[in-house]
Design a protein around this ligand. Structure first.
Ligand code: HEC
Ligand code: HEC
Ligand code: HEC
Ligand code: HEC
Length: 444
């Protein structure tokens, strides 16, 4: 009796679920909304799109909201990262990021923020406009690669729009498109056609137009994504080492350093959620009801503000429980990063002190090469905006590598100063069980 009751109940649940599913699919609201208008090609202004897609526009405008509510390490208020993480001011000495480095905020502020930040000076280059505006595609079409190295201020009058619908949508069909030249160039260089991507790829790659690590390549300072060897921190460091690229020379250590920029896409790649098939949009643009219509939220913000829509579609454990799991990861990443950051500062000080004492030049260069790597890995974690959530395993791997290189740099600087090498214990550990068994049988 009880068994049959349960079966009946399960059948009812299945029926109810499929009804809901059919209900969603047959409402047709998404198809209809996708093709409401044919906006003229080249239209950039949000106001034009807002006439036809008012609901997406409503959520888009919420990116002006300023609040850290629900979030512990992110949020939209523009707090100073140099106060939050004192080690950053030391590792960026001699570079603009030691002057001003703020927490990111909503898309609606990009033009205001890039115009007022103290890192921009009279010599700044136009490249800095690249991920702030919908005008860039057209400007690059007009000026070619000369755009990137031009003076920042000379282009001010051409940059009339912030990030608009046109950064991600074809105005006529509203299909997702990759518009930003640096991502188009990079995908093409790596043999992937930017116009032949699946919808699920586009739900991540439209964000990867900007939320990525990049550098200014060559004399023309072209914004370039260093993905030729892959997108992990190891791959990207190997790429920079091969090119001998550096952003600036550290004021104290004299090391040619790399500055990492917001590598959200690269960090997310390979994570539990990426491997489970999720895209950026699944958490950051969840479906939400707006005036009886189900639309993709265009309020890009911390998903901890919208957990019901962003997470609870898959996770059944309860919002508060899940949020505590996020904080569990983030707290541990933050604590570890603070420690690793401080050891990085000690490495810089050790090199500077050894240099001041006239230590062995060749050994000091070796110490600098190690410090450069240590700094790259800790900066990767600091510049990524999820405090480790996007990929906890990769984040701890980066912090561990940073700590190891930082201590090696300190030891090398000491050797350069005293002539005494620190003892090293370097063995090739078998690690896996099968390798261990193999080694054991070799010995016996
Ligand atoms: C940063 C990229 C980006 C920007 C900027 C952007 N969108 Fe979208 N938009 C998306 C993504 C991703 C989807 C989901 C598409 C899918 O899954 O097929 C989407 C979906 C849509 C849809 C389809 C219906 C829906 O809600 O899923 C419409 C209509 C739309 N956006 C309108 C707009 C308008 C209007 C603007 C400007 C006010 C805008 N978008 C700005 C990325 C963007
Ligand atoms: C054209 C470049 C560009 C594209 C495309 C873009 N972003 Fe952004 N995004 C930015 C910039 C720049 C900021 C920081 C703005 C500031 O601080 O003034 C930002 C900030 C954010 C923030 C932080 C908001 C806050 O309140 O702190 C989130 C979340 C975000 N973006 C998610 C996304 C997602 C998801 C996508 C893809 C659907 C995307 N972005 C596409 C450039 C872009
Ligand atoms: C599984 C859900 C999930 C996916 C998928 C995801 N994110 Fe996030 N993202 C988060 C969470 C959670 C945070 C941490 C927010 C916080 O600390 O308040 C975050 C933080 C961010 C932030 C900083 C937000 C802030 O408040 O400052 C940005 C920017 C961002 N993500 C961009 C991306 C991009 C780009 C992708 C795709 C490459 C992506 N995210 C994929 C859940 C996700
Ligand atoms: C489309 C489904 C889906 C969505 C949406 C989703 N997740 Fe997940 N999440 C998974 C899967 C699958 C796993 C791996 C299996 C598991 O642990 O259940 C996972 C694992 C996790 C884990 C444990 C693993 C880790 O990396 O720490 C946390 C924490 C988590 N998700 C948080 C979130 C948060 C927060 C959001 C919303 C911002 C979210 N998830 C949105 C599917 C999803």
């Amino acid at each position: 009796m009880r068994k049959r009751g349960i079966i009946l109940l399960s059948l009812m649940v299945i029926l109810a679920v499929s009804l809901v599913a059919v209900g969603c699919a047959s409402s047709g609201s998404q198809q209809a909304v996708s093709y409401r208008a044919e906006i003229a090609p080249g239209t950039l202004s949000v106001d034009e799109y807002a006439k036809y897609y008012p609901k997406q526009y409503d959520t888009f405008m919420k990116t002006s909201e300023m609040s850290n509510e629900g979030s512990k390490y992110g949020g939209s208020e523009e707090f100073d990262k140099l106060v939050q993480w004192p080690f950053l001011k030391e590792i960026f000495a001699g570079y603009g990021f030691a002057i001003e480095y703020n927490e990111d905020r909503g898309h609606n502020y990009t033009l205001e923020d890039v115009s007022k930040i103290k890192r921009i000076n009279e010599k700044s280059i136009a490249s800095c406009w690249t991920c702030k505006s919908a005008n860039i595609e057209g400007i690059v079409e007009e000026m070619g690669d000369d755009y990137y190295g031009a003076n920042f201020h000379d282009l001010k009058s051409k940059v009339t729009e912030g990030i608009t619908c046109a950064n991600c949508h074809d105005p006529q069909t509203m299909k997702l498109v990759i518009t930003q030249p640096p991502l188009r160039d990079t995908l093409t260089r790596l043999g992937k056609d930017p116009d032949k991507l699946t919808t699920q790829e586009l739900r991540t790659l439209t964000c990867a137009q900007c939320h990525v690590e990049y550098y200014f390549a060559g004399d023309k300072k072209v914004v370039t994504f260093p993905w030729d060897k892959g997108t992990t921190p190891d791959d990207i460091l190997a790429y920079y080492e091969e090119k001998g690229f550096s952003d600036w020379k550290h004021a104290k250590a004299g090391t040619p350093e790399i500055k990492v920029q917001h590598p959200e896409f690269e960090t997310f790649s390979g994570s539990t959620h990426a491997e489970a098939g999720l895209s950026c949009a699944d958490c950051h643009m969840p479906y939400s009801m707006n005036g009886g219509e189900k639309i993709s939220s265009h309020w890009w913000t911390s998903p901890l503000k919208t957990m019901n829509e962003s997470c609870m579609t898959c996770h059944r454990e309860g919002e508060e429980w899940l949020k505590e799991r996020v904080f569990y990861t983030q707290d541990k990443v933050a604590d570890t990063m603070a420690t690793v950051g401080n050891v990085n500062v000690e490495a810089i000080e050790a090199i500077a002190a050894a240099d001041a004492e006239g230590a062995n030049k060749a050994l000091l260069e070796e110490a600098r090469a190690l410090q450069r790597k240590a700094q790259f890995y800790v900066d990767w974690v600091g510049a990524e905006n999820s405090m480790g959530f996007h990929n906890p395993q990769l984040t701890f791997d980066s912090l561990s590598k940073s700590l190891d290189y930082a201590y090696q740099a300190i030891n090398k600087a000491t050797e350069a100063r005293t002539g005494v090498a620190t003892p090293q214990f370097e063995v090739n550990a078998p690690k896996t069980n099968s390798e261990t068994v193999k080694q054991m049988s070799k010995k016996s």
